[in-house]
Design a binder for this molecule. Structure first.
Ligand SMILES: [Zn+2]
Ligand SMILES: [Zn+2]
Length: 228
């Protein structure tokens, strides 16, 4: 789907995968394991670019629905994989991936043989204010320790990972069980709002435009407890 400004969302992939075409080509997030072929087909068939033209693969955070096809995509494109340094060891196998708490965690443990991330060592470990894919890295810890947004100041667009998504009519934080540190995440959300991006492109669901009242999220429970 063409979102304008050289930004595309790959169709038919679980968790949003974006392609940014500018000075170079950047892929933001890589979907679940098994999404790689769909992403490559989108690059070749819809955008008519060669896999080898992809410069960077930026992962908003370590969760498997965002990082799951990173290795396949790196191998197919030769692009650099980039993730915040605080999440990098979870992807390289240095630390065990974070699991959701409670029933969701138990269910995931049960199905984990089917949803196992193939570990890889990210090429670039990002830090606050680094540039990735021509965009500014904004560290937003809380959902995971190394969650980031990618902020394009010129276009006033931010790729925001899982910190917020529309659930029906309302913006919502991720379900409690999936957050590493909820207080920290709320503080990070305040930081994101202070940048005042005109459009948020979240890891799940449709774009969130400036007209949406996001500050009220910080006042309330902010969570409808629907699946991630
Ligand atoms: Zn997540
Ligand atoms: Zn997610």
């Amino acid at each position: 789907m063409d979102l304008g400004d050289g930004i595309y969302r790959v169709d038919g992939v679980s968790a949003n995968v974006y392609v940014v075409v500018g000075d170079g080509i950047t892929v933001v997030d890589t979907g679940m394991p098994g999404s790689g072929r769909k992403i490559l087909r989108f690059l070749n068939g819809v955008l008519r670019v060669d896999a080898g033209d992809v410069d960077s693969i930026v992962i908003t955070h370590q969760h498997i629905d965002h990082a799951g096809s990173s290795l396949l995509l790196r191998d197919a494109t030769g692009a650099k994989t980039m993730v915040h340094e605080a999440d990098a060891d979870y992807l390289s196998g240095g630390r065990k991936p974070l699991r959701p708490r409670g029933a969701a965690g138990a269910a995931m443990a049960l199905f984990s043989p089917f949803f196992r991330l193939r570990t890889f060592d990210p090429d670039v470990r990002l830090k606050e204010r680094d540039t990735a894919g021509g965009m500014e890295v904004v560290h937003l810890p809380g959902h995971t320790p190394g969650s980031i947004a990618l902020y394009d100041r010129g276009k006033e667009i931010a790729f925001t990972g899982d910190i917020v998504a529309m659930r029906g009519e309302h913006p919502s934080f991720p379900p409690h069980a999936f957050n590493d540190d909820e207080r920290e995440m709320r503080a990070s959300f305040g930081k994101l709002l202070s940048l005042a991006p005109a459009t948020l492109l979240p890891g799940h669901g449709p774009p969130i435009s400036a007209g949406t009242d996001l500050s009220s999220l910080l006042a309330g429970d902010g969570n409808k407890e629907s699946p991630p």
